[in-house]
Design a protein around this ligand. Sequence first.
Ligand code: CRM
Length: 165
Amino acid sequence: MAVKGIGQVDKKYDGSNLRIGILHARWNKKIIDSLVSGAIQKLIELGVKESNIIIESVPGSFELPFGSKLFFEKQQKKQQPLDAIIPIGVLIKGSTMHFEYICESTTQQLMKLNFDLNIPVIFGVLTCLTEEQAEARAGLIEGKMHNHGEDWGAAAVEMATKFGV
Ligand code: CRM
């Protein structure tokens, strides 16, 4: 296991027994699509079966925390429980305070959901000052950063397998 840097470890986790939910917001569609694709690609690379990746959407990032809770409960009722959820949203600062309020409340509630649902709820929300920052983090600008969706897929598999929650 070669340690590449803080938070980046080469060890691969086996996701073949996992069922992972991806819940994405629909604002900033092009960036969202790329992040969702990156997450799916990584999940499949780590062994998660395509049929065990369940994708749903909500209008905006503000809806991600409650949407994730309802998503979790719906899958449980169907007796197809999720082992982790990756909520994905892209928040880009506008000219009002809206951005700050949505960032703050969404982040707090997604963190809280980890403890409430007792499964990993990944922080798949970009909070960017410009569209370019978001595009770079979605792997849409060549040579600039990588697709963070891949990191979120890897984090979901690691967290759902490592501690056996
Ligand atoms: C997002 O993902 N959502 C944004 N939303 C929508 C918000 C939510 C609505 C309904 O509850 O409030 O869906 O998450 C926004 O309203 C804005 C506008 C910000 C502004 O400056 O007016 N931005 C986003 C966003 O960037 N990403």
